[in-house]
Design a protein around this ligand. Structure first.
Ligand code: SF4
Ligand code: SF4
Length: 65
C-alpha cells in the first residue's frame, strides 16, 4: 500500500523550527542547527509540516514502503 512521507528541501531550509511544533509524531528535528531532518520511520505523511513551513519547501512523496 502506498504511503506518503515528508521530505525537506534541505538547501532551502531556514531552520525556523515551525514544522517541528506541528508534527504529531515528533518526527522532525534540526540536529545540526542548519536544516530540518525528518525521521521517515516516524512520519505518517499527515502533511501538517508542509502546510506550516513558511518557505513551502516540504513535499509529500509517495513511497511503497
Ligand atoms: S507529514 Fe506529519 S508526521 Fe510526517 S513529518 Fe510532517 S507533520 Fe510529521
Ligand atoms: S518549517 Fe520549513 S524552513 Fe522551517 S525548519 Fe521546517 S522545513 Fe525548515
Amino acid at each position: 500500500m502506498a504511503k506518503r512521507k515528508a521530505t525537506v528541501s534541505i538547501s532551502e531550509c531556514v531552520a525556523c523550527g515551525c514544522c517541528i511544533k506541528v508534527c504529531p509524531r515528533n518526527a522532525i528535528a534540526i540536529p545540526n542547527g542548519v536544516y530540518a531532518n525528518i525521521d521517515k520511520e516516524l512520519c505518517i505523511g499527515c502533511g501538517k509540516c508542509a502546510k506550516e513551513c513558511p518557505a513551502s519547501i516540504i513535499t509529500l512523496e509517495v513511497t511503497e514502503a
